[in-house]
Design a protein around this ligand. Structure first.
Ligand code: SF4
Length: 622
């Protein structure tokens, strides 16, 4: 992606150099970003980072908020929601009432509420279990760190045990609320009974280690200073470096309401809201997503935020009370059509997602799937500026979306191309190895011949690599092993004799090691030593129904992009490489190991692999 920004505020120029090169921003940089009046340039910088991560996608989820009770033992100064037991406005929901709020169409329930003085531990577990039993496909995001800390103290159980029991009951992720601002000064003034930053961060660290991903928030626009906002962002960035367990960051604009902290009418300005979103995107270089929470921002500001660094707008949010009790002026829920319109008005692709950001439905034409790994970057440098819109999606998921006719073109996993050859037409571009691949790796504690009867964990993203592994096991080595998909939220491989990792995760593990494994097999090398052929992992294809002129345009821009990338690999992908801790040189060497055009040897390799797949009669997914 090439982008020129004409800065009015010259102090932004050196910061842009860093952003463009993928270098990390300092507190001083963050201070300048908050101070600047060059708001358009700030937005462009954040949008550049947003596009490099999420293409043109903006995610939303069909969700329902449940606040089981407003009775709370604390009385935080900024909270307009909580009441004491016996208060005329107090309410407590039964589990049946909670279940009554849910329908099979929604994908996520978001549950947070007051700290009830009397509810038993078993009641919380029953809430999760009963929801899971009645709606097995629904993802449950529940309990902030403040609630987890309350359970830990009230029920006298370690935080790890609390979280493990909730996870066993069906909890998938945790919301990011309760962080407020990581400043002791603010805490003492506004919420001194509430947990401090260390406790909040420790609870999320524990959750991440147990495979419970979470979000993070900041509550801004009350008495906090710019430096306190920055301190908050940097603490989160440090924890994300350590665990990688945060999905998204959500700046929450303070709603003064009747809190008395600020006059009712002194809500945050749209400029402050947009700055907060943009600076978050720029400072939190290791967070996959930044959310524009429309409930607090209003629909209008949220829509602009989608070009200021935010790639998620939350969801339909039925049943929200906390922000509205504090005076939020937005609607209390939005219909799916309204969300889609907000996203389209921002010039983006509305992508309905699940809790792990897997695309479920796409509401746009001319969408091209992009494998979100370093080795696909050379294809996409030019495409963004044309009529096509880019949706980053894992190889396996891309196959699913294509089968559902939700994609017009993409770099398809070879196995998915085989399966859909009636509907897809191949272009002359591919991801093929010369000999080794470096990013499709079997980490093992056993030599090939000792894998008989063993259990191999398979990363959830793969469609072709898992088939290559099967072919190698069955046809090259004559081995039968048990292949099991890994849970996408857990990096615990202790139950496996070997694991197959692909893409950036494999590159990272190759450099830094995958815990517990001594041997690393490169599957493309195994293939090359056996067949003396390259291996084709993915191939560009378009829908056969695509008009010829559009097809030709796509071919031209892929060709243009590749021609520019070839021989320039130390520059192409440097931003992406930094994100996965590869040096410029490592990235260049890696990309130079591929052939991106289909030639005679690639065609022979495709035919050979297809024949072997037919032989083992395994075109169905594991
Ligand atoms: S912010 Fe949360 S913990 Fe504090 S009073 Fe309100 S409901 Fe209770």
């Amino acid at each position: 992606m090439n982008q020129k920004i004409h800065f009015k505020d010259k102090r932004l120029h050196p910061i842009w150099q860093k952003v463009y090169s993928g270098d990390r921003l300092s507190s001083n940089d963050g201070r300048v970003l908050f101070q600047t009046n060059d708001i358009i340039s700030l937005g462009k910088m954040a949008h550049f980072v947003q596009k490099s991560r999420s293409g043109d996608s903006v995610y939303f989820v069909l969700n329902q908020k449940i606040e089981p009770t407003n009775i709370c033992v604390l009385s935080c100064k900024f909270c307009n929601f909580s009441v004491r037991k016996g208060d005329i406005n107090a309410y407590e929901m039964s589990i049946d009432e909670m279940l009554g709020k849910l329908t099979p169409e929604i994908h996520e329930v978001h549950m947070t509420g007051g700290l009830h003085p009397d509810w038993k531990w078993d009641y919380y577990l029953r809430i999760i279990r009963d929801i899971k039993n009645k709606f097995p496909d629904l993802d449950i995001k529940a309990f902030t760190a403040v609630e987890i800390d309350y359970f830990h103290k009230k029920f006298k159980m370690p935080v790890g045990k609390i979280l493990q029991q909730l996870k066993d009951a069906g909890l998938r992720t945790m919301p990011g609320g309760g962080a407020e601002v990581f400043s002791e000064r603010v805490r003492r003034e506004l919420f001194q009974q509430k947990i401090d930053s260390k406790t909040w961060l420790d609870i999320h660290r524990t959750a991440h280690k147990l495979g419970i991903a979470s979000n993070a928030t900041i509550l801004y626009g009350h008495i906090e200073t710019i430096d306190e906002r920055l301190e908050h962002l940097i603490k989160l960035r440090n924890l994300q470096d350590e665990t990688g367990g945060f999905f998204s960051f959500i700046p929450l604009a303070f709603q003064p309401g009747n809190t008395g902290i600020k006059p009712r009418e002194r809500f945050t300005s749209a400029i402050d809201d947009l700055k907060m979103i943009a600076v978050s995107r720029l400072m939190l270089d290791n967070f996959p997503h930044i959310k524009a929470y429309w409930v607090m921002l209003t629909e209008e500001v949220a829509s602009i935020a989608l070009n200021f660094g935010a790639d998620d707008i939350d969801g339909t949010v039925g049943g929200e009370r906390i922000a509205h009790d504090a005076g939020a002026s937005s609607s209390s829920s939005l219909a799916k059509e309204q969300i889609i319109k907000i996203i389209r008005d921002a010039g983006k692709i509305p992508v309905e997602r699940d809790v792990f950001y897997n695309p479920i439905n796409i509401y746009s034409d001319n969408v091209i799937g992009k494998i979100p790994y370093l080795n696909s970057v050379p294809f996409y440098e030019n495409i963004e500026r044309r009529q096509f819109r880019i949706l980053p999606v894992t190889p396996r998921r891309m196959g699913v979306l294509s089968r559902q006719k939700q994609l017009d073109a993409g770099l398809f996993s070879l196995v998915d191309f085989f399966k859909q050859s009636d509907e897809l037409e191949a272009l002359d571009f591919c991801i093929a190895t010369r000999d080794q691949v470096r990013s499709v790796l079997l980490f093992s504690n056993h030599g090939w011949n000792d894998l008989e009867g063993k259990t191999i964990g398979i990363v959830d993203d793969t469609a072709t690599s898992v088939k290559l592994l099967e072919v190698l096991l069955k046809k090259k080595y004559g081995i039968k092993a048990r292949l099991c998909r890994l849970n996408s939220s857990v990096n615990d491989y202790s139950n496996y004799d070997a694991v197959l990792l692909i893409g950036d995760e494999a590159l990272h593990s190759r450099k830094f090691g995958a815990a517990g494994f001594e041997i690393v097999y490169d599957l493309a090398s195994e293939w090359y030593l056996w067949k003396k052929l390259p291996f084709v992992f993915a191939i560009w294809a378009v829908k056969k129904t695509m008009q010829d002129d559009k097809k030709q345009e796509l071919k031209n821009i892929i060709n243009e992009s590749l021609s520019r990338a070839e021989g320039n690999y130390s520059s192409v992908g440097k931003l992406h490489a930094k994100r996965i801790n590869l040096t410029k040189e490592e990235s260049a060497e890696y990309l130079a190991g591929f052939n991106f055009r289909v030639g005679a040897r690639e065609k022979a390799a495709i035919a050979e692999f297809h024949e072997l797949l037919v032989e083992i009669d395994k075109l169905e997914c594991v």
